[in-house]
Write a protein that binds this ligand. Sequence first.
Ligand code: ZN
Ligand code: ZN
Length: 316
Amino acid sequence: MIEIRYAGICHSDIHTVRGEWGPVPYPLTVGHEIVGRVTEVGSGVTRHAVGDRVGVGCMVNSCRKCANCLAGQEQYCAEGNVGTYGSVDRDGTVTQGGYSTHVVVDEDFVLRVPENIPYEAAAPLLCAGITTYSPLAHWNAGPGKKVAVVGMGGLGHMAVKIAVAMGAEVTVLSQTLSKKDDGLAFGAKDYYATSDPATFETLANRFDLIVNTVSAPIDINAYFRLLALDGTLISVGAPPEPLPVQVFALFGNRRSFAGSMIGGIAETQEMLDFCAEHGIAPEIELIDADAVNAAYERVLKSDVRYRFVIDVDSLR
Ligand SMILES: [Zn+2]
Ligand SMILES: [Zn+2]
């Protein structure tokens, strides 16, 4: 049993409660960026103890025997991972998320949250953090690599901080320059407005990696042309409609277009330890539970720097 202390607000929560991702199994509690303390453990539990500061991210179970699960990539479980909320767990119950005072989760899907990560800022690492860490690690962001981050929201600002900590040279591509000071403060070397067509000429053939965090439709082909030889554009934000991909834009420089979804449990732990070691954490705005609806409206207007976190004590 985990006594929840903080819960982040992810855009997925909003899509879900509004029924935009299909029918909702009401009553439903959302939230998949959860941190708190262990208050009780079952008799077979060995990985966590009462008093430990722990976290739960986007999934709480998987089949544990398919090739992907055995490879530590439970998010890609062949039978589908069990989402932290709104999924049917293997015992037939509907999972319930983090906007709540307590949650019970199998120990194998519970993460250790290092004490030197600020408590209230730790929650968004469980979704926004791992969603950006995993592709950056997989595609070897690091010294000598030029990485562009498209979008400076909840995901984007974490992608910048993590890629900088990995040693990459980071450029932010945002619609306007309104968050430029923040981007440079997070360690980005350059910051360009995508509303300015000159940006796409200046940066042509520049990047080894582009991490696209934007969920709105963008001219994806214009971004492919920013990739250097063997460069990869990875989308972690998904517009609802298909994107018109011009294959010719991929021919030049042997470019790749990829997707990535959260990360495995071991990799999520690695991300938390990495953030603790490098002293990086999300920028958050702490709110009480009664401000959630207003916060949703502001998330939809991209009016948050950079993630809302609910102080779950306000529910007690
Ligand atoms: Zn999320
Ligand atoms: Zn599996």
